[in-house]
Design a protein around this ligand. Structure first.
Ligand SMILES: Nc1ncnc2c1ncn2[C@@H]1O[C@H](COP(=O)(O)OP(=O)(O)O)[C@@H](O)[C@H]1O
Ligand SMILES: [Mg+2]
Length: 246
């Protein structure tokens, strides 16, 4: 059974989730042939998540922690519905917006303006709603000067600015944020963090991944540490940071 949080209604339920990836061990045709002759294994399965369970209640802010490769992004992608678990269940309630990969949900040949409409549509906003929010989205992003440029010429920081601005203007219940805040410059990061705090105060459910452990621990009251494909710790966020540093 997943660990139950003390909040009333769960927004996210992750129940005994397993996810493996197939790793290839050969590269060229010659190598593959040699390996076959020697009966060496060509692939192996890597268990990125190996029985992960937790429940996140409405209005909770959770820092998802773990070293590189510990499955944080994989977990966020499952919560956002981009990938599915091999076994186990991931359920969400309400509208989920994810800021997971730089440039995801953007089309390189379209302008910033056109991508705002595309991205907002993916997040469930109508054309009318997007039109009403458009000025405010551009204002928050501070990239008005480049809004008619094709986004293939954007830097990762500019992608973040647009993606974050669109996401905070949608009517979401759950916001998932992967490490992408780190590609923003310092003033913009501060602005994002201030906005995330406001959303938390307004009762949104948040799951945040960041290398800046002190920052996320201050932002979130709860921390979940993933290690070796399992939940190593689930509790108070500053204790989670201590577990990360032990
Ligand atoms: N599409 C994929 N194919 C193969 N391996 C993958 C894939 N996605 C993730 N992995 C592997 O799964 C593990 C967890 O990755 P990830 O969730 O990105 O970790 P984190 O975000 O915590 O750094 C890593 O070892 C990574 O190499
Ligand atoms: Mg990651």
């Amino acid at each position: 059974m997943p660990k139950t949080s003390n909040a009333t209604l769960p927004r996210i339920v992750v129940d005994d989730v397993h996810k493996s990836f197939r790793l290839r061990h050969t590269h060229s045709i010659k190598e593959t042939a040699m390996a076959a002759i020697k009966r060496k294994k060509l692939t192996s399965d890597f268990h990125a998540l190996n029985g992960v369970s937790f429940e996140i209640g409405e209005g909770e802010a959770v820092a998802l922690m773990g070293f590189n490769g510990s499955g944080k992004s994989t977990m966020l992608k499952m919560i956002s519905g981009v990938i599915s678990p091999d076994t186990g269940k991931v359920q969400t309630r309400g509208r989920v917006a994810g800021l997971i990969e730089v440039g995801a949900g953007f089309h390189p040949d379209l302008s910033g303006r056109e991508n705002i409409f595309l991205n907002a549509a993916i997040l469930g906003m109508s054309k009318k709603e997007t039109e009403a929010a458009y000025e405010s989205i551009v204002e928050f992003s501070e990239i008005e000067q480049f809004i008619d440029t094709e986004v293939k010429h954007y830097s990762s920081g500019m992608f973040l600015r647009l993606a974050f601005s669109v996401a905070i203007h949608t009517e979401q219940d759950v916001l998932l944020i992967d490490e992408i805040l780190s590609v923003g410059d310092e003033p913009f990061q501060r602005k994002c963090i201030a906005r995330i705090r406001e959303m938390h105060a307004a009762g949104k459910t948040l799951v945040v991944v960041s290398h800046d452990l002190n920052m996320v621990a201050d932002l979130c009251e709860r921390g979940i540490v993933l290690r070796d494909g399992k939940v190593r710790f689930d509790g108070e966020s500053h204790e989670a940071v201590a577990v990360m540093r032990e």
